[in-house]
Design a protein around this ligand. Structure first.
Ligand code: PEP
Length: 252
């Protein structure tokens, strides 16, 4: 039985003080809504404040990236051990904004995923097609290829700590949302790719989220789909009301 995971991606928003205020407001709003796991992936500098504010609540804290080397001359980077040392539990890897603006490739996504898992982090691994790929009818091939490359060398046991986020790039931050049917179908394609790599049982147990302009209005329908096990939410995760409504939809 897969558990629904509702995760917020704050991107480059919020100071530590704003983080404390947000989580202090959110915590009572989502208290006891335990049919889903709740995660907030915040900027690196906000993680300590977030962990402190979330103590004793059902809110888990994640980062938005991690480097694949343990330490050394990698100016500006953060290691997996640095994240776990400050109480960070999750990390987003391979978000399309990292792939598009910061040269992230399936090779580096794979390396980052391995390093994060080795350090004990839970990974939210993002895959998804760009608009041209969907229009050309190659979405299934694209997400299958990304899934295979990004998970190369990762065991079935390690996969238990991996959530896949299907995020059609054309739907992220655009207000365009995949239809529930498109989200369900493509999450199903990713599940089939996982079945090919790890077998049916492992694939059935892996959480696959949808992300791309999920909000308080469309969450219930998206989350009702059999292959959609949660959401990775950008814009709507910055508002306590909207984020709570999505958590509510996952608890209905
Ligand atoms: C995201 O950042 O992963 C995302 C899905 O953003 P938004 O919800 O704003 O489209």
């Amino acid at each position: 039985m897969r558990k629904t995971v509702i995760a917020g991606n704050w991107k480059m928003n919020m100071t530590p003080a704003a983080t404390t205020e947000f989580i202090t407001t959110l915590a009572p709003m989502v208290a006891g809504k335990d049919k889903c796991d709740i995660v907030l992936c915040v900027p690196f500098v906000d993680i300590s404040a977030a962990v402190k504010a979330a103590e004793g609540t059902n809110i888990h804290i994640g980062a938005q990236n991690v480097h694949f080397e343990a330490k050394g001359a990698f100016t500006g980077e953060i290691s997996a051990e640095m994240l776990t040392a400050i109480g960070c539990e999750y990390v987003i890897i391979g978000h399309s904004e990292r792939r598009t603006y910061f040269g992230e490739t399936d090779t580096t996504v794979n390396l980052r995923t391995k390093a994060a898992l080795a350090a004990g982090l839970k990974v939210i691994l993002c895959v998804g097609e760009v608009k041209e790929e969907r229009l050309s009818g190659i979405t299934n091939e694209v997400v299958t290829m990304q899934t295979k490359l990004d998970l190369a060398g990762i065991s079935a046991q390690e996969l238990q700590n991996v959530i896949i986020a299907y995020e059609p790039v054309w739907a992220i931050g655009t207000g365009l949302t995949a239809t529930p049917e498109q989200a369900d179908e493509t999450c199903g394609v990713i599940r089939s790719a996982l079945a090919g790599l790890y077998g049916e049982e492992v694939a059935e147990n892996t959480v696959i989220q949808y992300g791309g302009s999920m909000n308080d209005k469309n969450a219930a329908e998206l989350l009702s789909k059999v292959n959609v096990d949660g959401g990775l939410i950008g814009g709507a995760s910055l508002k306590t009301d909207a984020f709570t409504a999505i958590v509510d939809a996952a608890n209905a």
